[in-house]
Design a protein around this ligand. Structure first.
Ligand code: CA
Length: 452
């Protein structure tokens, strides 16, 4: 490791990242997405009570408002005490990065097995810590605006190749982060069933389109970035300042109806093919938790242009990528019926994205667009160079021409009713305890019967 990266590591890591830390919640100490070094934030509900903010720890959830009420976090300000009683993370996001870091340190102190606060918390864990199975996870953020990018050059190249074998990438791709404005109202939390959309599609050679349930329903495995800090309308965020505007990440499934998309997308891009549902994981892994897993951006291949100055920053190139593997699994209704576990379809890594989160955010604001707390940026499908790292069925089955076989003997070109898609994300690095994002899952319901 170079002296430069050591310096960076020393700057960003603190006592909460110490790999020797253990929790008095035993399930947090081995094989879990949520060791005491992670401490992601989410919103949960117990029975019919109001939603409130929790921290995932092993197979349990720490109730932050209960911790404050019991005097286990004596220094918590009134603004934080108020924010953690809300049914979304938005109020907390508005308080800024210092509040987020204060929660991380307080939760670490409270959940460690070797601190005075930890011992007190353990002695009164009833009503302070809930088993994950006892609670309902809610959509963590009331998303104001949602933008989806197209940051994987491997995904863009594969999709382009299907349409333009000799010239897969459009000339703008390596200069400008491509994105479109998505729909915030249909963002749902993991576990929410997804209704197969109906829409206008036009078969090849047909004289006119028809309206019917999508026959080419797909998922897209993505990472989502929540904005924490706002920027003022008309005032772009510089690339070096962009990381401070990101609150944390989630897993995101950008469900896509390829047949509807193919007919509607020209000339303004995706519309109803995407807006029927987007699923997010319930836990938001903070930027602080990700610090040990920030990594350098892969060098651009020879001949690629350098990023333009407003997208170029040495620090971002050094540590701006996130080493996050995203695994996609599928379980058909038949597999569920006969007790076969979900089967892995692919595994990609967000490290392979062509653009960093900071570049996406800086570009988004570069013309003056204001982003606010709770806005969501999707990375675009995370695909890598190998077949097994393709993050959607369109690529994996090459537009349906190379079907995937399931353990039951069933095959899939695209998703069938009853299929459940499950995404899992994990970060691992030398000298750090591995962390995960939890699951992002959704099962496909049959389309509603339509009149036409
Ligand atoms: Ca997408």
């Amino acid at each position: 490791m170079s002296s430069l990266s050591l310096e960076v590591d020393n700057r960003v890591r603190d006592s909460t990242h110490d790999p020797t830390l253990r929790s008095w919640i035993e399930s947090a100490n081995s094989s879990t997405d949520f060791p005491v070094q992670n401490l992601p934030l989410g919103v949960f509900r117990v029975a019919e009570e109001a939603g409130r903010v929790g921290v995932a720890i092993g197979d349990s959830i720490l109730d932050l408002s209960a911790a404050i009420a019991r005097g286990l976090w004596a220094s918590a300000g009134g603004d934080i005490a108020h924010a953690v009683r809300q049914p979304s993370l938005n109020a907390l996001m508005t308080l800024g990065g210092d509040a987020r870091r204060a929660i991380r340190h307080a939760a670490s102190d409270l959940l460690r097995h070797d601190t005075e606060t930890g011992r007190r918390a353990r002695a009164q864990s009833a009503g302070l810590v809930y088993a994950a199975g006892e609670v309902t996870m809610l959509r963590p953020v009331a998303v104001g605006d949602y933008t989806d990018f197209y940051a994987s050059v491997h995904h863009a190249t594969n999709v382009g190749r299907m349409m333009r074998p000799d010239n897969p990438l459009l000339p703008n791709y390596k200069w400008i982060p491509i994105g479109y404005h998505g729909r915030a109202s249909s963002i749902v939390v993991s576990g929410t069933p997804v209704r197969r959309p109906r829409g206008q599609t036009k078969d090849e050679g047909a004289a006119a389109p028809t309206v019917r349930p999508s026959r080419r329903l797909d998922y897209e495995a993505e990472v989502g970035f929540y904005v924490g800090k706002a920027n003022v309308l008309g005032e772009p965020v510089g690339i070096a300042d962009a990381p401070a505007h990101i609150f944390g990440i989630c897993l995101l499934n950008d469900w896509s109806a390829r047949d509807i998309q193919a007919w509607e997308y020209q000339p303004l891009g995706p519309f109803l093919a995407k807006s029927f549902a987007t699923t997010v994981s319930p836990w938001v892994v903070t930027m602080e938790a990700l610090e040990p897993f920030r990594t350098s951006v892969s060098p651009r291949p020879a001949g690629d242009p350098e990023p333009l100055p407003y997208l170029a920053d040495a620090g971002d190139q050094r540590t701006g990528a996130v080493d996050l593997t995203i695994e996609v699994l599928l379980q058909s209704a038949k597999m569920r019926e006969v007790g076969i576990a979900p089967v892995r379809l692919s595994c990609g890594n967000a490290r392979d994205l062509y653009w960093t989160p900071a570049q996406l955010l800086a570009h988004h604001t570069s013309a003056g667009c204001n982003l606010g707390p709770g806005d969501l940026l999707g990375s675009g499908t995370v695909s890598g160079p190998e077949r097994e790292s393709r993050g959607c069925l369109l690529e994996l089955t090459w537009r349906g021409t190379e079907p995937v076989e399931l353990p039951t003997g069933e095959t899939r070109r695209f998703l069938e009713d009853g299929d459940e898609v499950i995404m899992r994300g994990q970060c691992a690095a030398d000298g750090a305890v591995a962390i995960g994002c939890g699951e992002c899952r959704g099962v496909i319901l049959p389309a509603i019967r339509g009149a036409c």
